[in-house]
Write a protein that binds this ligand. Structure first.
Ligand SMILES: [Zn+2]
Length: 183
């Protein structure tokens, strides 16, 4: 563990403490730490009408995957991509302000510093047929297509049902880990 990792971990613990959470939750749930991506490229508008960003390799893989799906008659739409530490913290505090219990919030949103979205490699993908970020996405042709083909483009489903990190099931959340070997 190097010094800059230590500083980042300290920032994660401090943010959790400020929220009233156990700062050691990261260790208890063995949550991987994700740093903010240094190089990001625009990958188009999200469904919220704002520009979304990802790492260049993720951007290329997403474009290729979206095109391949489209060629099969399946529309993949983008809800969100990169977000930084501070924005993650804002999402969490907004949910707390709406009265959601902290434990529940932290099953939906990773603590700031632990979101795969920081890495610029995670995408929340949707379908025109369902509302964003809902479990019903798993019943769409878009999800069926991803389940079969996304691995070939280097994406994996991060949080299946009963995942070891104790996050809620997120059929929409895909992480680009790169392509190994031939497609
Ligand atoms: Zn996500």
């Amino acid at each position: 563990m190097n010094a800059s990792h230590d500083i980042y971990l300290h920032r994660i613990h401090a943010a959790l403490k400020k929220l009233g959470a156990d700062p050691l939750l990261v260790e208890q749930r063995r949550l991987p730490v994700h740093r903010e991506a240094q190089t990001l490229t625009p990958i188009g508008l999200g469904t919220d009408g704002r520009d979304k960003f990802a790492t260049p390799a993720t951007a290329r893989a997403w474009a290729a995957m979206q095109n391949a799906a489209w060629a099969d008659g399946v529309a993949l739409i983008l809800h969100s991509a990169y977000r930084g530490f501070d924005y993650q913290l804002k999402l969490i505090t907004a949910k707390l302000a709406r009265g959601m219990p902290l434990d529940e919030v932290l099953r939906i949103n990773a603590p700031a510093g632990c979101s795969e979205h920081h890495s610029g490699r995670a995408l929340d993908i949707g379908s025109p047929d369902t509302p964003p970020l809902e479990e019903s996405f798993e019943e769409t042709p878009a999800f069926a297509w991803l389940a079969e083909r996304a691995t070939g483009f280097g994406f994996r489903l991060s949080f299946p049902r009963d995942n070891r990190y104790r996050f809620l099931y997120e059929p929409w959340h895909w992480y680009f880990r790169g392509v190994r070997g031939p497609r």
